[in-house]
Write a new protein. Structure first.
Ligand code: 3SL
Length: 248
């Protein structure tokens, strides 16, 4: 039986061998929620990069939109920040465009996970899409939590628990203490995810930046159940199931 393991922070990745496995990179607040929202709303592909300068250079090179955040604030000189509403509120037309994005933790976690057989982007918004992909792959899954500047964070870990619960029939979710801990947290949280995650330190950071709207949106379960960003070559593209038409 394939396993589900949880890596609580990108700093712990040297302890995990991702070869032969599926890496599910998660940064609920807000990078992976924003990337899922972008692809679900017609963005063609996303270049996630660690550095702001690379993000700006990609924007020039590919003529794509740029999105950047540092310490919870939109970085200056880019088209968008890191709010999912950047892809929803219609201020900037995004359909048919590509986006280069750089964030404090999320895009770094993605770049550090590239040795996996498959790298996909997870969020509460597309939880079922991640479940469906893992079930078809039948490979070990490692949830890579972006955390905050190398430290553990509650919301990414709780997502790991939600994923483990949905995979529990066909995956071994009991042989990793990290997964067991994430499952326990999810079981505490799921009756009122909003109230539970109000305790988290990142929510306090976002609250201070008046981003409550983003918080509420990022906690919606299965808002985009068929959108799965997957790493291909040098970018994230929407995963297309075999036999499915690209624009279906
Ligand atoms: O760290 C990140 O990658 C961001 O998602 C943080 S924030 O939600 O934009 O503050």
């Amino acid at each position: 039986m394939p396993t589900v393991d949880i890596c609580f922070s990108p700093e712990l990745l040297p302890l995990y061998d991702l070869k032969g496995k599926v890496a599910v990179v998660v940064d609920i607040l807000r990078a992976t929620s924003s990337i899922v929202t972008a692809l679900a709303n017609g963005v063609t592909h996303v270049f996630p990069v660690a550095e702001l300068a690379e993000c700006a250079a990609l924007g020039q090179e590919h003529g794509c939109l740029t999105a950047a955040e540092r310490d919870g604030r939109a970085a200056e000189g880019f088209d968008l920040g890191n709010s999912p509403f950047g892809y929803l509120d219609g201020v900037l037309p995004v359909r048919g465009r590509a986006v280069a994005i750089s964030t404090t933790n999320g895009t770094l976690a993605l770049r550090r996970s590239l040795s996996a057989d498959a790298v996909v982007v997870g969020a509460f918004l597309n939880l079922q899409a991640v479940v469906d992909f893992a079930q078809v792959q039948q490979k070990d899954v490692v949830v890579v939590c972006a955390g905050w500047k190398g430290k553990f964070c509650l919301e990414d870990t709780v997502f790991g628990g939600a994923l483990a619960e949905r995979l529990a029939d066909t995956f071994d979710v009991a042989s990793s203490d990290a997964t067991l801990a994430a499952l326990h947290l999810w079981q505490q949280a799921k009756a009122d995810l909003h109230a539970y995650l109000l305790q988290s330190s990142h929510v306090r950071r976002l609250n201070s930046l008046e981003a409550n709207k983003d918080f509420e949106f990022c906690l919606r379960l299965d808002e985009y159940p068929a959108t799965l960003p997957i790493w291909q070559a040098d970018r994230l593209v929407p995963f297309v199931k075999q036999g499915q038409l690209q624009n279906a």
